[in-house]
Design a protein around this ligand. Structure first.
Ligand code: 0X9
Ligand code: ZN
Length: 386
């Protein structure tokens, strides 16, 4: 074989690998709840559920099966095209979205200007060696401070959900700026320990911002050809039972075992230490406030009524739809089910906005209404504790 033939063969093989890994966004015109469960059980990622259509992500080479069975059509043959407006953007200078380094800078500034009540902590290291940063916001330490109720806000589990990083960053800025001038914020900062982790999965977010916008998972190699675990299928409550995949290449891959990922371990260990009373995990998208359980429709959370009440109150500020997580689609291994069952946390997931990465001009408003909604959680901590 001459050199040219070898290169052609290598090129074809390479294209095959790339091609077979390509993901597509498809739409199924009519999907009933039974079909929805089947699709979710098989570990496909559902991105949007509307009355007359459901969108989901599938490997490109499975399209003919979906076309035949469910009349599916392509929305985007290459899912990454959804983000085309961000393809040639220099994020450092041309967008409101924070890169990992910019997030670090904002955190450092907050600590510098408000050192009496804000501190920055690493809660673990990502697979690629990035610190998983958290801000701790609390003031007026005394001998009882160890016992202050703790509340957690986190974003960036899923790499491409950039807006989920913005809301917790802006929440920290808002609390910092309103301490002392706003009576309620002052009370919360004095009486509670507020923990904010804007980017739980930094390796994923960095990869999404720099390489492949549609990336969702972590970045640990999980087979000879596949990378990443879905961190929101990797927590340890009823792990892997529903809506998660055993295939390393799947976007909802649950991992080899619960807490196989550094980032889920980091959240777990902090939660064991802080025993969070309540939490919000930000995702996108769908304008929803989800509450436990996530893994099944067949079991009602023991605190269902209280969880519902808190969610409905928070929904007044952003007009989102407060519903049980599994009502959307059952999926086991998310952060809320574990936090709620293992720690007793009133754990909520926000599906922010109407797209994974809303346009720059929409970000401020999304942050504004969701900060109000987050403050409403702080407002309800006393009630949750009773
Ligand atoms: O599937 C997820 O992990 C979350 N949705 S996302 O589009 N951001 O990926 C939802 C988690 C909540 N759980 C269930 N709906 N069961
Ligand atoms: Zn998500």
């Amino acid at each position: 074989m001459n050199k040219k033939t070898v290169s052609i063969i290598l090129f074809v093989l390479f294209s095959l690998v790339v091609f077979s890994n390509q993901l597509s966004l498809i739409e199924i015109p009519t999907i009933d709840s039974e079909l929805l469960s089947i699709v979710s059980e098989e570990g496909y990622e559902i991105t949007e559920i509307k009355e007359n259509s459901t969108q989901l992500i599938i490997p490109f080479d499975e399209f003919s099966k979906f076309k035949e069975k469910y009349n599916a059509v392509f929305v985007f043959e290459n899912a990454d095209d959804i983000f085309s407006e961000y393809f040639n953007l220099n994020l450092e200078t041309e967008s409101v979205y924070h890169t990992y380094e910019q997030m670090e800078k904002v955190m450092d500034e907050l600590v510098k200007n408000h050192s009496e009540f804000i501190s920055k902590h690493t809660i673990g290291k990502s697979y690629e060696g990035r610190e998983i940063w958290a801000l701790k916001i609390t003031a007026e330490y005394d001998e009882f401070s160890e016992h202050k109720p703790a509340v957690l806000f986190m974003g960036g589990h899923h790499a491409r959900e950039w807006i989920s990083v913005e809301v917790p960053i802006e929440l920290a800025v808002y609390i910092a700026e309103n301490y002392k001038s706003d009576k309620s914020i002052t009370d919360y900062v004095n009486n509670y320990e507020i923990w904010i982790i804007p980017m739980v999965n930094p390796d994923g977010v960095v990869y999404s911002q720099n390489n492949y916008k549609y990336w969702r998972k972590t970045r640990r190699p999980v087979s000879n050809t596949a990378f990443g675990v879905d961190p929101n299928r990797n927590y340890g409550y009823h792990w892997g039972e529903t809506g998660a995949s055993s295939y390393p290449s799947s976007d909802t891959y649950k991992g080899e075992k619960p807490f196989s990922e550094n980032c889920t371990q980091a959240v777990r260990d902090l939660a064991y230490e802080k025993k969070f009373v309540a939490s919000i995990s930000y995702h996108s998208y769908g304008e929803l406030i989800l509450y436990p359980y996530s893994y099944t429709n067949n079991v009602m959370a023991p605190d269902f009524e209280e969880l519902k009440k808190v969610a409905e109150e928070m929904a007044k500020y952003n007009n989102y739809n407060p519903i049980v997580s599994a009502g959307l689609y059952p999926a086991a291994g998310d952060s809320d089910d574990w936090l709620y069952s293992e720690i007793g946390t009133f754990a909520f997931t926000y599906e922010l906005a109407k797209s994974f990465i809303p346009n720059d001009y929409q970000v401020a408003e999304i942050c504004e209404v969701n900060i109000k909604s987050a403050v409403s959680l702080l407002d309800q901590i006393d009630m949750i504790l009773k």
